[in-house]
Design a protein around this ligand. Structure first.
Ligand SMILES: Nc1ncnc2c1ncn2[C@@H]1O[C@H](COP(=O)(O)OP(=O)(O)OP(=O)(O)O)[C@@H](O)[C@H]1O
Length: 248
């Protein structure tokens, strides 16, 4: 379970401070997929970076499985699997070697790494390219490698920054099925997206972010009720005030 409480982050720029995240709070439960939906520049990536300890919030705190990440960031990282916005796979290594390297960093045994790699490769349909060097991989192949690598240590909580960005329809379908599988295993899954249809199709709970703030949050039914709209897409447009930057 991941709890964000009143998070704030400001960046300095030549023209003044940019308040990227301003009082963001939500709860992402185990056994649920929580979607962070918002247009470009809304503050999704910055929020996720604070959740996975890459950035410290100026204000507020993050709890992973009930523990404050600031008190023990290393323990928080062990409990997390992260697909960052920069996928950053090592191009001289094969997909399998990328996964193995992370497994070794987590202190897993060779047998454990092999078992997890086989399981993840099957679930993510990576068998065809598992033993190819990642240089020249398609975007989908790189994303799958980065996800497998993020999950090698079997984390209870999974954070993915725009996981389907740039993927074709079939790969997206496969990835959505995989996220549902993680949810059904009881994990806490959070992902960000600017695609309304994706969030509507996948999420048990949705946090709508605009201009660094939470515009609304709840289950799809709750968001429909709050806005008086039967159609979730219409509800999102109402909540954000425009549909700019919210399409595939
Ligand atoms: N390192 C940084 N330095 C300066 N400004 C930043 C930095 N990171 C983010 N910002 C600014 O903070 C705001 C929120 O950015 P963020 O990347 O969190 O948005 P996002 O919702 O993930 O957008 P996108 O969908 O385009 O990825 C933007 O105005 C962005 O320009």
């Amino acid at each position: 379970m991941i709890v964000a409480e009143n998070l704030r982050k400001t960046f300095k720029s030549k023209t003044g401070d940019v308040i990227a995240v301003d009082g963001v709070g939500f709860e992402a439960r185990d056994g649920e997929i929580t979607g962070l939906l918002g247009p470009n520049g809304a503050g999704k990536t910055t929020t996720l970076r604070m959740l996975y300890t890459l950035m410290a919030p100026e204000q507020g705190r993050v709890l992973i499985d009930g523990r404050d990440v600031a008190a023990d960031p290393a323990a928080a990282r062990r409990a997390l699997g992260v697909l960052p916005d920069a996928r950053g796979v090592y191009k001289r290594l094969t997909a399998r070697e990328n996964v193995r390297y992370f497994g070794e960093l987590h202190g897993l045994s060779r047998e454990e790494i092999d078992r997890r790699t086989q399981m993840l490769s099957q679930a993510l349909q990576m068998d065809d390219f598992l033993d190819r060097q990642t240089e020249g991989f398609s975007q989908g192949q790189r994303t799958k490698t980065a996800i497998a690598r993020a999950l090698v240590h079997d984390p209870r909580n999974v954070i993915l920054d725009e996981p389907t960005n740039g993927l074709d329809v079939m790969t997206t379908r496969g990835l959505r099925a995989f996220l549902k599988q993680l949810r059904d295993e009881g994990r806490c899954v959070i992902f960000s997206s600017h695609i309304m249809q994706e969030v509507a199709a996948l999420c048990d709970r949705i946090v709508v972010i605009a201009h660094g703030r939470v515009a609304a949050q709840g289950t799809p039914d709750e968001l429909r009720a709050q806005t008086g709209q039967d159609n979730l897409e219409e509800a999102f447009v109402r909540l954000i005030g425009s549909d700019e930057g919210l399409h595939a």
